[in-house]
Design a protein around this ligand. Structure first.
Ligand SMILES: [Zn+2]
Length: 101
């Protein structure tokens, strides 16, 4: 569950103050609008019994964000630097610290 502070390949800093909020939003959005919405729609169509839907939703709500945490972090970093490429360390005009030994 820990995010490394730097990329082990190039040393670019991954951890920035407040970045966990973006990853949290991505994780929440995928969980709620990607998965739980499917369960709700399947229940409304009668494909899932309500009790099964509640159990499935609780399982998804607890387990999926934990599994998806690192991917949500990656997606957030890619989105951030995709929208603000000037924030990339290589574009700021100074190099990131060397890879830690
Ligand atoms: Zn890297």
């Amino acid at each position: 569950m820990r995010i490394a502070e730097n990329c082990p390949q190039c040393g670019m800093r991954w951890w920035r103050d407040g970045f966990y909020l973006g990853a949290l939003v991505v994780n929440y959005a995928v969980t709620v609008f990607g998965l739980l919405l499917m369960v709700v729609l399947a229940t409304l169509h009668g494909w899932l019994a309500p009790r099964v839907a509640v159990a499935l939703s609780l399982g998804i709500a607890v387990i999926f964000p934990w599994i998806f945490y690192k991917w949500s972090w990656s997606f957030w970093l890619a989105s951030y630097y995709g929208v603000l490429p000037g924030e990339l360390p290589a574009n700021l005009g100074h190099d990131e610290p060397e890879l830690r030994e």
